[in-house]
Design a protein around this ligand. Sequence first.
Ligand code: LLP
Length: 421
Amino acid sequence: MDHFLYRDGQLWAEDVRIADIAAAVGTPFYVYSSATLLRHYGLFDEALAGLPHSVCFAMKSLSNLAVLKLLGDAGAGMDVVSAGEYLRARAAGVPGERIVFSGVGKTRAEMRVALSGGIRQFNVESEPEMEALSAVAAEMGQVAPITIRVNPDVDARTHAKIATGKSENKFGIPIARAREVYARAAALPGLRVVGIDVHIGSQLTELAPFEAAYTKLAELTALLRADGHRIERLDLGGGLGIPYARSNEAPPLPLEYGDLIRRTVGHLGCEIEIEPGRLISGNAGLMVAQVIYLKSGEGRDFLILDAAMNDLIRPAMYDAHHDIIPVIEPEAGVEQRPYDIVGPVCESGDTFARARAMPPVAAGDLVAFRSAGAYGAVMASEYNSRPLIPEVLVKGDQFAVIRARPTYDEMLARDTVPVWL
Ligand code: LLP
């Protein structure tokens, strides 16, 4: 459920008309619903009720400071993958003890940033990283709390670009080598082992791969404990999928996911950490665009928007489906026609949807891309010198621009022409 609904013939974000935001900020733009973000965070919190747990929002999915403050104030921790994300989380008021640091290539400089600001744990992904972190922490007179990310060789059955738990993926250490690697970690002076970490992929639409991975994790916990390690925390990663096409998708709900966690690892007496991103932010955001032209091609009609692949890259990059709906509610039973919905960028990949059935639309109309809160604004670029589009946050009947659209002058001012040219 989200808070983007038609009322009085128009699309609203909570109690604000999308058309009013468009009039105030211009198109295209992203808009997020506070109520939806908080509701989705709360679903995970409830799903793990009764177990010691922390929900660390995977802020790679949506990292605007205002969103982080909203979730952080509600009690969320953060899963960060760079010093930049760490500093954003801190700037939003999230304490270091609630931040976990994931990622396959943390640099020494990034480790220093997190160690000096305070960190709940590093999720270490390789032996060289382990050695580096131990050295950095020891230099700083600290002991870094770590989990080690294991790769359970489980097929997440998701898009190949976002599957991470198979042995051919670059993530984690092979689970078969875990005992050896934990023994090495325990011997390093700058590290303190606190648990195990796993993340098998993103946009998972069934529970079976999670079940396979978490079952292997429970077995590993017993082995590592027998070896004398203190396994107090299990970081189970993120990855629970969302419905992108409302009409025909029903991925498992957080409550069912919570039951699975209880069943597979609930008996181990560990604190459970999860790192959901998309399920919290995905359906909490829309991207709103305007139709610039309708163009008749041979055997097809194109809807040319003012938004493009640089603003929302998911269709081009993952062949992702996003529902696209008019901001003025279509009349019931109105005849739909197929359109290729495209942006102005100079490549054919700049296509949001092919032969998508749409009610009648005209130049000047507004359309909204659903499920655009996750991996939307954060993956945008200025390709074709198109300034990044603004982000807006709604709460009840209020809205605020939480990232302004840069002016062309601001965009140009970031480049420097050397004096010798
Ligand atoms: N934890 C780790 C270690 C991750 O790598 C990820 C996502 C998450 C948590 C959060 O996963 P989520 O709950 O959001 O599925 N850009 C792609 C998705 C990339 C996901 C990368 N890692 C997309 O637009 O589909």
